[in-house]
Design a protein around this ligand. Structure first.
Ligand code: 2AM
Ligand code: CA
Ligand code: CA
Ligand code: CA
Length: 271
């Protein structure tokens, strides 16, 4: 049973509408207007345009709902129980460089709990969606996290820190990478946290970890992974939407990856 609820239908429509603009402008990278939010943190007119389209679509279909958006920030709603968490373009750096790997991510929170998520893999045309209690889906195909139980057979995705972040963060990442490259089949770094999580839900990646992400990077993906039977945790035991330090994988692999990441941190602390 893959019938989308009215809420999911609305979220999918907004994601597709934003995707049309992103697809149209993708070939025209030389015309992009780019500005800088930090030393390695860019935003383009394509990000802003996509966010505008999503905001207009969603606020028309669900008046009163609140919003948390990467570029516009928080828009308080009159409805205090429902809120959308929006990343209009996840993978801006890929987009700017003409690398065909980026997504639209729309999460939905109800009563302070993640409730639904839609991730649109724009260039492949794939809609990933999930709603609490109704499973995770790629179009009409039910998703399950991978069944592999051995770390030695696992492909794990991650995201690296970038220019402008503290040296400590870079050192921790390199330590984590050193542990996991030695014990897994492969490590991947594709540059869109939303798609990394969608790929975990789809059983392509066996796991994904990254630190310091924002709620809009991961809200939709968390619902997808959980509804695909996987686990999502904060790396040091806190609230994952607050810290953005995320580990997602299957029930079987989660403790194994966690153990290796902890060892990597301990090793660094002991140095
Ligand atoms: P973004 O493209 O929406 O900004 C990949 O590691 C994740 O981190 C992506 O979800 C990306 O989201 C975000 N990201 C990548 N480089 C970044 C940077 N320099 N500053 C802020 N966020 C970044
Ligand atoms: Ca950004
Ligand atoms: Ca993002
Ligand atoms: Ca973004």
């Amino acid at each position: 049973m893959s019938r989308q609820s009215p809420l999911i239908t609305v979220m999918v429509k907004a994601a597709r509408a934003a995707g049309r603009g992103l697809t149209r402008d993708f070939g025209e990278v030389e015309n992009l207007q780019v500005s800088r939010k930090g030393p390695g943190d860019f935003v383009t007119n394509a990000d802003h345009r996509a966010e505008e389209v999503i905001y207009n679509e969603l606020s028309k279909a669900r008046p009163g709902y609140g919003f948390v958006m990467e570029e516009r920030g928080v828009v308080e709603g009159t409805d205090k129980t429902n809120r959308f968490i929006v990343d209009p373009l996840d993978g801006t750096l890929n987009y700017m460089h003409g690398i065909p790997h980026f997504a639209v991510s729309i999460g939905h929170e109800r009563d302070g709990q993640l409730h639904a998520g839609v991730i649109f893999d724009v260039l492949r045309g794939d809609i990933y969606w999930a709603e609490r209690g109704h499973g995770a889906w790629l179009e009409s195909r039910r998703l399950r996290v991978a069944a592999r139980t051995k770390l030695s057979q696992a492909v794990i995705a991650t995201g690296a820190p970038y220019i402008g972040q503290e040296e400590e963060r870079h050192r921790l990442f390199l330590s984590e990478l050193a542990y996991l490259t030695q014990e897994t089949t492969g490590i991947r770094r594709f540059g869109s946290a939303a798609l990394d999580l969608a790929f975990v839900a789809a059983g392509r990646f066996d796991g994904f970890w990254e630190r310091n992400l924002k709620p809009w990077d991961i809200a939709a993906g968390i619902v997808l992974v959980r509804e695909a039977g996987g686990m999502v945790d904060e790396l040091d035991g806190g609230d994952v939407l607050e810290t953005g330090n995320i580990l997602a994988s299957s029930q079987a692999l989660q403790p194994r990856i966690h153990d290796r990441l902890k060892a990597a941190k301990k090793r660094l602390d002991a140095e």
